[in-house]
Design a protein around this ligand. Structure first.
Ligand code: ATP
Ligand code: MG
Length: 417
């Protein structure tokens, strides 16, 4: 679990604001859900025989003896919220949410126990148009931020019925190589053989590669759905690879699954992952409701943005106000407030704690502000103020206090052009 320090929060804020702006421009609205839910919600939705439920949940009893869990992901909570608030009654919803998730995993670079996700869910939409829209929306995000080095992988898991036949084939195949399976996989063999395909154990890779693939068992309606998705992605010029081994780590998926993966972040390559979960609402006690969504890991997203050379716009102060001498501080305070009133978006940092001219200039420099505004006793008496450029060799100028707002507007416009 990490602290997010000011030097990094600048980047997070910027990237979060860009994602928000883009998903809202597609008509998605924010929903905020609690960090805690009844444990049962995750057991039923994610599935008992998954890494998350078996090993990764932070679960405890509250004072009332109820078993609660810190959310390991957001989809189950959003669906629960949709049901308990009546949002799914004869209506469709396009929702987003963001925040911390908790998984007791082995911490490594790009894999944390408290991590953050940006999450988008479309409930009540059958697709494949909405599946395509969700993917195209993510592609727009990468493009907007200059993020390359991402590959889109897609697959279809069919319906639970068509998966049944595939499941039988898988069990037969894995039974044939049982002596080479690891402990987890042997345990999953009978209950949930699809999970073996999602194994993170490198020693299982060759066996998984040779396993039968779901695409050969798709029912006709799912095959048609998958063709529809591919056609829409092609038409939108979104390049993808069909990865027939992509299954995703949660049980609720059906039909479309996808993942944006990168080679830029070492072994933690999944940046944004999603899929369709047509059976989940019904499984949680609601009416059958088709749905699809994706979740992006913010830590990996930020890391990839940086790896691609991206940086957030500066949040440094525009001006640092220094006041030296009798009666100057009161006037400087008033002046700073006037600037905040009259110059749109200006960032004003006031010298706090007094100090000599020299020490105030030192702080001004350290603040990374573009200009220092210097108000001394003489300036005060003359109704003027000094504007000293801190990031260039231009020389200091003095302007009448009444003209300060206009003088700064001019100068700041020039530096941001
Ligand atoms: P992985 O294959 O890396 O374990 P996952 O399939 O478990 O990922 P999801 O549950 O689909 O991931 O979560 C969506 C996204 O959240 C992932 O694509 C990834 O970017 C991010 N993510 C998942 N687990 C972590 C973690 N422990 N730390 C940081 N980011 C994570
Ligand atoms: Mg995982």
């Amino acid at each position: 679990m990490n602290d997010l320090l000011p030097e990094d929060s600048v980047r997070w804020q910027y990237l979060e604001s860009v994602v928000r702006e883009i998903v809202q421009s597609y008509g998605y609205s924010e929903i905020r859900v609690p960090l805690l839910e009844y444990t049962e919600l995750f057991q039923r939705s994610i599935g008992e025989v998954t890494d998350i439920v078996e090993k990764e949940m932070y679960t405890f009893q509250d004072r009332n003896g109820e078993s609660l869990t810190l959310r390991p992901e957001a989809t189950a909570s959003v669906v629960r919220a949709g049901m308990t608030n009546g949002l799914l009654h004869n209506q469709r919803q396009k929702l987003w949410t963001a925040g911390p998730m908790f998984r007791y995993e082995k911490p490594q670079k790009g894999r944390y126990r408290q991590f953050h996700q940006f999450d988008v869910e479309a409930l009540g939409y059958e697709g494949p148009d909405v599946d395509a829209e969700l993917i195209i929306m993510s592609a727009r995000l990468w493009k907007r931020l200059g993020i390359s080095r991402l590959e889109l992988q897609i697959n279809s898991l069919g319906t639970p019925e068509s998966r049944q036949r595939y499941r039988d084939e898988l069990i037969e195949y894995f039974n044939g190589v049982k002596s080479q399976l690891d402990e987890d996989s042997i345990r999953r063999l009978e209950q949930n053989p699809l999970r073996i395909l999602d194994s993170k154990n490198p020693e299982m890779r060759a066996i998984v590669e040779a396993a039968p693939v779901m695409l050969d068992y798709l029912d006709e309606a799912s095959a048609e759905h998958f063709r529809g998705l591919r056609a829409l992605l092609d038409a939108a010029d979104v390049t993808f690879t069909v990865n027939p081994r992509l299954v995703r780590g949660l049980d609720y998926y059906s039909r479309t699954v996808f993942e944006w993966v990168t080679d830029a972040l070492g072994s933690q390559g999944a940046v944004c992952s999603g899929g369709r979960y047509d059976g989940l609402v019904e499984k949680l006690g609601g009416r059958p409701t088709p749905a699809v969504g994706w979740a992006m890991g913010i830590e990996r997203f930020v890391a990839l943005f940086q790896a691609c050379g991206g940086d957030a716009p500066s949040q440094n102060a525009d001006v640092y106000v220094a006041a030296v001498g009798q009666g100057t501080q009161e006037r400087a305070f008033a002046l700073a407030e006037e600037l905040r009133d009259t110059v749109a978006d200006i960032r004003v940092e006031m010298n706090l704690g007094g100090g000599s001219f020299k020490s105030q200039m030192k702080r001004a420099d350290k603040s990374n502000a573009t200009y220092a505004l210097i108000l001394g006793e003489q300036e005060l008496a003359e109704g003027r103020i000094g504007i000293k450029p801190l990031r260039s060799d231009e020389k200091q100028e003095s302007v009448a206090l009444v003209d300060l707002g206009a003088a700064l507007k001019d100068r700041l416009n020039q530096t941001t052009e």
